[in-house]
Design a protein around this ligand. Structure first.
Ligand code: ADP
Ligand code: ZN
Length: 628
């Protein structure tokens, strides 16, 4: 139990956060007060010691209403009514045989005047034990409720004051930079912090002050937490971690108290790393949108700012925070002396993906001939967390199929699992549906293949996925793309429309299967015109700004209403031009379309090589093998 700091914590953190022990002490004090002051004083006041003569006088005056002779104690208790008040008196008993008559004559009732004396044990129990027990129970219940609301673990009632601190996970992580694959830029930037934690004197001598905080910015699953842990591991310092959402409490003031507590502990353990995940939950911009709405968050944020300004950077406490929406952070957080360093943690590129796969593959048994470069290529766009997941899925698949090593096929299937959802073997398409899906998918692939500047087809399948896709065509770029030309983008749109075009060309009707294609094509076309300046009319005028690049890019229009209307028209034009192009390509290659669709229908899956082989073989040969 840590009581050291109780006093100052209770002063400004509101009543509900005062350590419970204070309650107990106050409670005990009250009980003692009642017992020692109040009760005896009643007794003293109520029983007045008088002499026998007074007793007789009072009887004579008719002021005595009740009397009780206590033979064992040789005392008489009597009740006097004077001025409307009842006073209980007592007097020593005299040998007075006439007493009873006198009392009778005066109309005094013989009745018990004072209640039977309670045993000292009962007095003790009623006076002390019961109230204390009640208080302990109440306190216990309260503290349990608080614990629950804080998501805290065990600890019992006595750790109540300390329980705030229990939330932080402190550990010496043992994770090194070598456990983080790729992300060289981020590692470079963080190395300086590690160096500083190793020998702060070097920096102090020259007068350089380290940044107190650095902000790791990047999409989810890119290894921000991992990097923060690695900094602690490399510097061999403790690692405190808390998520921003844990600060936001149901009780106002609780979050602020947690921040105080966190920094207090960090200061005690300095040098150390404090990692605040999802800092945007507390550090959101303070806007006027909700007047008086979020006091709690604001208080927490203010406390964080105060603590960051207050603590002595030279002690070696470095605060790392992670967010995937840096634009929504309160600018106050980003001011010098706070999180003034921004470390981008991006999705891994091709090489990065390969390295991440290899790091995680070390933990499982992998067949010798597995080509990680191929897997990395196919897992384009996957985050570090997804790649870790792919490796794990591959291992699980190997176990399921009774193999002792994960094979290339295991990895390839797990990419699909992670990216497109599990194969849904029990979902049966009717043969008509299957045929439509076959033509649809081949439509995409054929349009892609017949255009220059478009990524080759890697695999096509019509096995339904748990994600709801009935089939999909996977294209894999030869190399990583950083720039895309207008032609490439247009071709991409044409490829998206290829599925629907094939349906219309062959079946003269259209289905709902193209919903996702339509969405993607629209997004791309819109971006081309409004953001990439790829239209003749608008040129290099931005009509949209992306407000949140990490959350799918909510775009907001920055143009007039008329321009918006025009923009919409342009988008429609662009897509329908590409649709026509795709339709024409399919029309020109209708034989191959039939041939490939039939193959896919029969085999359900077709690899890129098979696809190209069928596409490139002369018509005669094709006619021979698929003559019917
Ligand atoms: P974030 O905090 O950015 O959301 P995490 O650090 O929690 O992401 O990453 C989740 C998991 O993904 C890690 O535990 C790790 O297994 C894996 N991972 C992510 N990025 C990398 C990387 N660059 N190298 C190795 N593993 C990674
Ligand atoms: Zn499609």
């Amino acid at each position: 139990m840590d009581l050291k700091n109780m006093g100052n914590r209770s002063t400004d953190s509101g009543p509900h956060k005062r350590p419970i022990i204070i309650y107990y002490l106050i409670g005990l004090l009250i009980v003692i007060l009642i017992n020692s002051l109040l009760v005896p004083s009643i007794r003293e006041r109520s029983i007045v010691d008088t002499d026998y003569t007074t007793f007789l006088e009072k009887i004579a005056q008719g002021k005595v209403s009740k009397a009780q002779v206590d033979k064992s104690d040789d005392v008489i208790y009597y009740e006097v009514v004077e001025g409307g008040k009842q006073i209980i008196c007592k007097t020593g008993r005299m040998d007075d045989p006439d007493l009873v008559n006198r009392l009778y004559a005066a109309g005094v009732r013989q009745a018990s005047v004072i209640p039977a004396k309670e045993s000292p044990w009962i007095a003790l129990i009623i006076g002390y034990v019961l109230p204390i027990a009640a208080m302990v129970l109440l306190g216990n219940w309260l503290s349990k409720r608080m614990m629950k609301s804080m998501g805290g673990g065990p600890g019992g009632m006595m750790s109540f004051g300390k329980s705030n601190a229990k939330v932080y996970v402190k550990s010496s992580t043992g994770i090194k930079f070598s456990d983080v694959a790729g992300e060289d830029e981020a590692k470079d930037l963080l190395t300086e912090i590690v160096d500083y934690l190793h020998n702060p004197d070097k920096y102090r001598e020259i007068g350089a002050s380290m940044p107190k905080g650095a902000l790791l910015v990047g999409p989810p699953g890119t290894g921000k937490t991992l990097l923060a842990k690695a900094v602690a591991g490399e510097a061999e310092v403790p690692f405190f971690s808390i998520s921003g959402s844990e600060f936001v409490e149901m009780f106002v003031g609780m979050g602020a108290a947690k921040v105080r507590d966190l920094f207090k502990q960090a200061n005690e353990k300095a040098p150390c790393i404090v990692f605040i995940d999802e800092i945007d939950t507390i550090g959101k911009k303070r806007d006027g949108a909700m007047p008086g709405g979020n006091d709690e968050r604001e208080q927490t944020l203010n406390q964080l700012l105060t603590e960051m300004d207050g603590f002595d950077g030279s002690k070696g406490v470095v605060i790392l925070a992670a967010t995937n929406r840096p634009d929504s952070l309160d600018p106050a957080l980003l001011r010098p002396g706070r999180f003034d360093r921004r470390i981008p943690v991006e999705l891994p590129d091709l090489l990065g993906r390969e390295e991440i796969l290899k790091v995680h593959a070390k933990k499982i048994k992998v067949a010798d001939n597995v080509r990680f470069d191929e897997i990395a290529k196919a897992a384009s766009g996957a985050s570090g967390a997804e790649l870790a997941n792919i490796v794990n899925e591959a291992a699980l698949r190997a176990v399921r199929d009774g193999r002792r090593f994960a094979t290339q096929a295991d990895f390839e299937e797990s990419i699909e699992v992670v990216i497109a959802g599990y194969q849904k073997k029990n979902r049966v398409l009717s043969s008509k549906e299957k045929l439509i899906v076959s033509y649809h998918e081949i439509g995409h692939a054929l349009v892609a293949a017949k255009q220059t500047e478009s990524a080759p087809v890697h695999k096509i399948t019509i096995i339904p996925r748990t994600s709801g896709a009935l089939g999909y065509t996977m294209q894999v770029d030869e190399q990583e793309h950083f720039l895309m030309t207008k032609e490439e983008l247009e071709n991409k749109i044409a490829t998206f429309t290829g599925g629907r075009a094939a349906e219309e060309l062959i079946f003269h009707s259209i289905t709902t299967g193209a919903a996702n294609d339509i969405e993607q094509a629209t997004k791309l076309a819109r971006a081309m015109i409004s953001r990439y300046g790829m239209s003749d009319e608008f040129g290099m005028v931005a009509m949209e700004t992306v407000s949140n690049q990490y959350l799918g890019g909510d775009a907001s229009l920055t143009c007039s209403f008329e321009t918006q209307t025009l923009l919409d028209k342009k988008v429609v034009n662009l897509i329908s031009r590409q649709y026509d192009k795709a339709y024409k390509i399919l029309e020109e290659n209708i034989e191959k379309l039939h041939e490939l669709a039939k193959y896919l229908y029969d085999n359900e899956t077709i690899t890129g090589e098979e696809f190209m082989a069928i596409l490139n073989r002369p018509k005669l040969e094709a006619a021979a093998s698929y003559g019917a």
